[in-house]
Design a protein around this ligand. Structure first.
Ligand code: SF4
Length: 271
């Protein structure tokens, strides 16, 4: 407040809310156990989990039993866990509740083929309410294994994308965070099977997150420092220049602010 008048602060939108105005989750913890995980960081900060217990998934029965009313906009599901084969049944039950009331769902996952097949089969008739977003930050399995030790390998993610696409579902890719300096490999391999967009984003607050998530060893820090160098402003501007006219590529807030694109002020626009 200055001169006795209020200054209205416009909130910039980032993270999950760039994509969807609401989030929905039915599990605490995640077997994928990604080193850079924001949800893990939050769960540890608020003492719901420890670095070791994060990968123990606990179903939130109060969520899987809940009924949802129809809401405007879309839900991102899940936003703080993933869809692992071990809890496929529970994830499907939860999805069914969300979809049966007519809601639109952005399903964001590091896809296991068995899970994508089950979702496609169960919700064939609801496909107009679903947009898949498969997270693939690198085409290199060694890189994926290091950063996302419990998540599927590259080929399984690609096969999942192709499966959903051939079944007539809407598909998109999240390369957030990019995990190496060859994201063009992911873009080239996936673009023909993407009906919507390929999102590109940086790894945010990487050193802070690694520390909270229990990765303070030399190897983790070395990998993180390398990744931070690969995502320097100069390199990001080069990447942006290469793809700025590509209609299939969209940029997350971490890149928009480097290259001078206005940040969103409204949730869920997915642009
Ligand atoms: S898949 Fe998502 S929720 Fe699960 S550990 Fe990785 S970043 Fe976290």
């Amino acid at each position: 407040m200055t001169n006795g008048s209020f200054i209205l602060k416009i909130k910039k939108v980032f993270g999950a809310h760039e994509w969807a105005d609401k989030t929905a989750n039915c599990i605490n913890g995640c077997k994928h156990d990604c080193r850079y995980c924001y949800s893990k960081e939050m769960a540890i900060r608020f003492k719901r989990k420890t670095p070791d217990t994060w990968k123990i998934e606990e179903v939130r029965n109060n969520q899987t039993e809940k009924n949802f009313s129809k809401k405007s906009g879309s839900f991102m599901f899940p936003s703080s866990h993933d869809i692992h084969p071990d809890h496929l049944k529970e994830n499907i039950r939860f999805l069914r509740k969300l979809l049966s009331s007519g809601n639109h769902i952005l399903i964001v996952t590091k896809p296991h083929l068995v899970c994508i097949k089950a979702i496609c089969e169960n919700f064939e008739r609801k496909k107009n309410q679903i947009l898949f977003r498969f997270t693939i930050g690198s085409a290199d399995d060694a890189v994926l294994k290091f950063w996302e030790p419990g998540a599927p390998e590259y080929n399984e993610r690609l096969e999942s994308l192709k499966y959903a696409f051939t079944q007539g579902f809407e598909t998109s890719i999240s390369c957030e965070p990019m995990l190496d300096n060859h994201i063009e490999n992911v873009i080239n391999d996936t673009r023909d099977y993407v009906t919507d967009a390929i999102w590109i984003g940086k790894a945010n607050f990487l050193l802070r997150r690694l520390k909270m998530n229990g990765y303070t060893d030399e190897e983790s820090i070395k990998h993180a420092e390398q990744l931070i160098k690969w995502q320097s402003d100069i390199r990001i501007i080069k990447l942006y220049t290469a793809y700025k006219n590509d209609k299939k590529i969209k940029w997350k807030e971490s890149i928009k602010k480097v290259v001078g694109i206005d940040l969103l002020t409204q949730r869920g626009l997915d642009i």
